[in-house]
Design a protein around this ligand. Structure first.
Ligand SMILES: [Zn+2]
Ligand SMILES: [Zn+2]
Length: 471
């Protein structure tokens, strides 16, 4: 690391790589990542770092055409000059597609090409990393990530987002042994990429709130130590959003550090919950249904930011209404689980096919409470909404503050800027929560019978369809 403008954050990453914490939350927090280099000419550190990590033999450099130009060619030449035996694989879009997707097809391709290699070097951002991380995990082969943009938290996370049989899944995967983010490379990435990075990182606010909510309502796993870690990454970057927007070197290094820190928090928690809540589910919905609607999905962090504005507005509109809830009536009129599953299946089948829809229905039903279980769950919040909010509030960012932050960061504030129609916003709002077992504010609003009722109010407050109302 060559920069010392933000020693606290980079210092905390270096310290975190050493951590093995037996936590009161019941889990052991650690990461397999051993080295992180962020800074000017970081790429030149690659040969030395490989030696230190005992990575010898044949490397396979995995990139796509854009990331090959950004840093792949340079990576190859640095490795070859150092005397390394290096192969290369350029991942291309599947036939008939113009965009590369992290599906089983490229993951298997990498596995085949890497069969005789000793380690992988993934040069790219989200998609290339997901592909390489999934392939490396399947092969039991170490990998090194060369970041080409400060665009998402996924570099250092213990998860890979891979679409299997039309369902976008985040599967447990082993993070890279080392991560290199060369400032020369990440400063030349398209500006939308760094805006996306801010979106992914700042969405921690409602994700963290969702995470805590699920633990308070349902006793789901939660760790205050990890939540604090994710929050510190987010908070420090918030102060630099203007400079990040301008592409200032130091600010981008800070953003990159924050993103890596958030990813490490995910690895350490062994769940993406610290940095992925309802806003992420909305983005996953848009990703999964984009093909059915004949368009490409947008950058993860930009979509997540829009999803986050919706979930934040939902928290704000929902909470004042909780006191008026009639729990007995809600329990008595609850759709039976089988009917809920049928409705979910019928909704998703035309979009992603009957088999994938069946799987989604099962996932959705697994967190669907009825009868006494629902009564107990709702009673926890209905009897004392203010006390519960007092526990959530420290994690939460008010919508007005979030909107100002996104404006300063140059993030799109309306879905139209990401090619998403108002109808898709309504659909995601109503059905995205069914994609994962994770419990979020979208589920709470549904369980309280207020999700659809609050829809227009929430959209107006979030301003994602038309900015004019929210100003
Ligand atoms: Zn813990
Ligand atoms: Zn994310």
């Amino acid at each position: 690391m060559t920069d010392n403008e933000h020693p606290q954050l980079i210092g905390s990453i270096r310290e975190l790589l050493e951590v093995r914490r037996r936590c009161p939350c019941g889990r052991v927090h650690e990461t397999p990542t051993q080295r992180v280099f962020i800074g000017r000419d970081a790429l030149d550190q690659l040969p030395q770092m490989l030696t230190e990590l005992n990575l010898t033999g044949t490397a396979l450099v995995v990139a796509d055409s854009a990331t090959f130009n950004a840093a792949g060619e340079q990576t190859l030449s640095i490795l070859r000059q150092a005397g390394g035996d290096v192969g290369e694989l350029l991942v291309e879009p599947e036939s008939g597609e113009s965009q590369i997707e992290a599906t089983e097809v490229p993951v298997q391709l990498v596995q085949q090409e890497a069969a005789d290699c000793d380690y992988l070097v993934a040069v790219g951002s989200g998609t290339i990393n997901d592909i390489a991380k999934a392939a490396s995990t399947q092969l039991g082969m170490p990998y090194v990530a060369v970041a080409t943009a400060a665009s998402m938290t996924g570099y250092s996370s213990g998860l890979a987002a891979v679409t299997v049989a039309a369902i976008k899944q985040t599967v447990p995967a082993i993070p890279p042994l080392a991560i290199i983010a060369d400032t020369e490379v990440i400063t030349t990435a398209p500006r939308q990429m760094r805006a996306a990075g801010v979106g992914d990182l700042v969405s921690r606010s409602s994700s963290g709130t969702d995470w805590k909510l699920a633990s308070l309502l349902r006793g789901d796993y939660f760790c205050p130590w990890v939540a604090q870690l994710a929050e510190s990454a987010d908070q420090q970057c918030r102060q630099a959003v203007g400079q990040i927007r301008q592409g200032k070197r130091d600010a981008l290094e800070l953003l990159m550090s924050g993103l890596l820190l958030a990813g490490i928090a995910i690895t350490m928690a062994q769940t993406s919950a610290p940095a992925s809540g309802g806003g992420h589910l909305i983005s996953h919905y848009w990703d999964m249904t984009a093909t059915a609607r004949g368009r490409h999905h947008g950058l993860h962090g930009l979509q997540v930011a829009l999803g986050d504005l919706i979930c934040t507005a939902l928290y704000e509109k929902l909470w004042p209404r909780i006191g008026e809830t009639d729990v007995d009536k809600l329990v008595a009129t609850r759709l039976p689980a089988a009917e809920f599953a049928r409705q979910t299946r019928e909704y998703y089948a035309p979009l992603i096919g009957p088999e994938a829809a069946q799987q989604i229905a099962q996932i959705a039903t697994s967190k669907y409470a009825t009868g006494d279980q629902l009564r107990r769950q709702l009673a926890r919040i209905v009897s004392k909404p203010d006390r519960m909010w007092a526990q959530l509030e420290p994690l939460f960012t008010p919508g007005q503050q979030l909107r100002e932050l996104f404006d300063n960061a140059g993030l799109p504030r309306t879905v139209g800027e990401c090619g998403i129609s108002p109808e898709e916003v309504a659909c995601a709002y109503g059905f995205a929560s069914r994609l994962r077992e994770r419990y979020t504010v979208l589920d709470l609003a549904y369980d309280l019978g207020l999700l659809e009722e609050l829809r227009e109010e929430v959209f107006a407050e979030a301003g994602v369809i038309s900015q004019t109302v929210a100003q």
